[in-house]
Design a protein around this ligand. Structure first.
Ligand SMILES: [Zn+2]
Length: 66
């Protein structure tokens, strides 16, 4: 069952799947929020976006060749 926090709880310790360990999480309105561990890995989407951009640039380069 979901854990309940008092309204003045701002942080809690919870398991983070990305950090693969118990970390500090923010508590938003009595619910467990995002992991706030300083070592929490940054989202990978920016890397994926860059890869996508590179691919598009490469495709453009290739289409210019043919
Ligand atoms: Zn984390």
């Amino acid at each position: 069952m979901p854990e309940h926090f008092t309204r003045n709880t701002l942080e809690c310790t919870a398991w983070c799947a990305k950090c693969q360990r118990d970390t500090q999480h923010r508590v938003d309105g009595g619910r467990r929020g995002p992991c706030i561990d300083p070592k929490h890995p940054v989202p990978e989407f920016s890397k994926a976006q860059m890869t996508r951009r590179e691919k598009l640039a490469e495709e453009k380069r290739n289409s210019r060749l043919f």
